[in-house]
Design a protein around this ligand. Structure first.
Ligand SMILES: Cc1cc2nc3c(=O)[nH]c(=O)nc-3n(C[C@H](O)[C@H](O)[C@H](O)COP(=O)(O)OP(=O)(O)OC[C@H]3O[C@@H](n4cnc5c(N)ncnc54)[C@H](O)[C@@H]3O)c2cc1C
Length: 373
């Protein structure tokens, strides 16, 4: 029997598994997800005070749809032999879906090991334990993109927060449209900003900034930049500056053509006429569905589908200042405050994959699922 192997158990990996299971029906290829943890981690929730809400046991999602989980990390991909090596295991594949995600780009600076992050469940648990029961602390958050803004505004109700950004503006990649609303929220929450500044060292009791300032703190959170899994370097093909593999509209690595699909934060594909996907669960989910569908369809001689995501939206949590919901690539503000926060809550519930097999398989067949706001 042929074999679809999916490397990664995040949004892209789980939805690829569900979509492949839907296409194969009762017979067809075996499907194995290889991922190092028993847990699917919903990374967009890791900035929340209780990181345990961001965890879903993988077996609850995969067992009901007959997908095997091999608990291991893929170390090596041999595209010639169509084999992946994961610890002691050597697993052959007929189609591989690479869905190993991304990781925070960590800086090399003195004291970097003291940095906190909300990139992984281990990082979020460490930060939660460090701050448990404490109030009135000072936290320095480095990076004022999506993640930095969400953790800074979440912490603001509990202590003094200093947001450090090397660019000239807050949210440099978010564009000008949402900036006034973000600035207003930061003002409301009393978050201090240090622009055109970066972190140069972390001491036991201080953050040292590039302008020479020392801020007394034992809590420095690094939130600056994601990079694709280093596994992408083992697949022949073109990669972008984030290390993401270029794939075609069917999410296949085609240069050169091989039995490999890539989805989620490891891959880059056109999202619509003028834009490529961003590293987000919003794109990782439909990418996973498309890649899983096509991996199974390819083996079964069924028609493939093209990647066709719903229109781009964002919803930035701003802590006690509510949230900010935008539409389109210019990120035009559509909702703010409590209304945007309600939508954020709705989205954070919906990103949990259903543990009911019928519901999961039905959703796996709907690639283009817009947020109805
Ligand atoms: C704090 C935070 C907030 C965010 N907020 C948002 C948001 O509001 N909206 C949004 O759309 N996106 C948001 N994102 C981004 C989003 O979480 C990612 O883009 C998304 O998780 C990508 O999904 P993925 O499946 O590609 O990768 P991941 O979710 O990173 O999953 C990768 C999987 O691969 C596994 N893996 C890693 N290495 C290996 C290996 N060697 N072998 C096998 N398996 C491996 C991992 O264990 C994991 O199971 C946020 C991210 C963070 C950190």
């Amino acid at each position: 029997m042929s074999h679809i192997v999916i490397a990664g158990g995040g949004f892209a990996g789980v939805w690829a598994a569900a979509a492949a299971a839907r296409v194969r029906g009762d017979a067809g290829p075996r499907i194995t997800v290889i991922a190092p943890s028993e847990e699917m981690v919903l990374r967009p929730r890791l900035y929340e005070t209780d990181p345990e809400r961001a965890v879903v046991p993988l077996r609850r999602v995969l067992d009901p749809i007959g997908v095997r989980h091999l608990r291991a990390a893929v170390d090596e991909i041999d595209v010639e032999a169509q084999v992946v090596r994961a610890g002691e295991a050597e697993v052959g594949y007929d189609r591989l879906v690479l869905a190993a995600g991304s990781r925070l780009a960590r800086p090399e600076l003195p004291g970097a090991r003291r940095l906190f992050d909300v990139d992984t469940i281990a990082g979020a648990r460490r930060l939660a334990a460090h701050l448990k029961g404490r109030g009135g602390f000072t936290a320095v958050v480095v990076g004022a993109g999506f993640t930095g803004l969400e953790i800074a505004t979440e912490l603001a109700g509990r202590g003094r927060v200093v947001l450090v950004e090397q660019a000239e503006v807050i949210g440099p990649d978010l564009g000008p449209a949402p900036r006034p609303a973000i600035e207003a929220a930061l003002d409301d929450l009393g978050i201090e900003r240090r622009l055109r500044t970066t972190l140069t060292a972390v001491e036991d009791d201080a953050a040292v900034l590039s302008d020479g300032t020392r801020i007394a703190t034992d809590t420095v959170v690094w939130a600056a930049g994601l990079r694709a899994s280093p596994l992408t370097a083992q697949i022949p093909g073109r990669r972008d500056a984030l290390g993401r593999l270029e794939v075609d509209a069917r999410l296949r690595v085609t240069d050169p053509v091989q039995a490999v699909f890539a989805a989620g934060d490891v891959a880059t594909v056109r999202s619509d006429a003028g834009h490529r996907v961003v590293q987000s669960c919003q794109h990782a989910t439909p990418m996973g569905k498309t890649a899983g569908h096509n991996a199974a369809a390819d083996l079964l001689g069924l028609p493939p589908i093209d990647f066709d995501p719903a229109p781009y939206v964002t919803d930035l949590d701003l802590g006690a200042a509510g949230a900010l919901y935008t539409r389109g690539w210019e990120r035009e503000v559509a909702h703010t405050g409590a209304q945007a926060k309600e939508i954020k809550r709705w989205i954070m519930e919906r990103i949990h994959p259903p543990v009911n097999a019928d519901r999961l398989l039905a959703l796996a067949g709907q690639v283009n699922l817009p947020v109805p706001f």
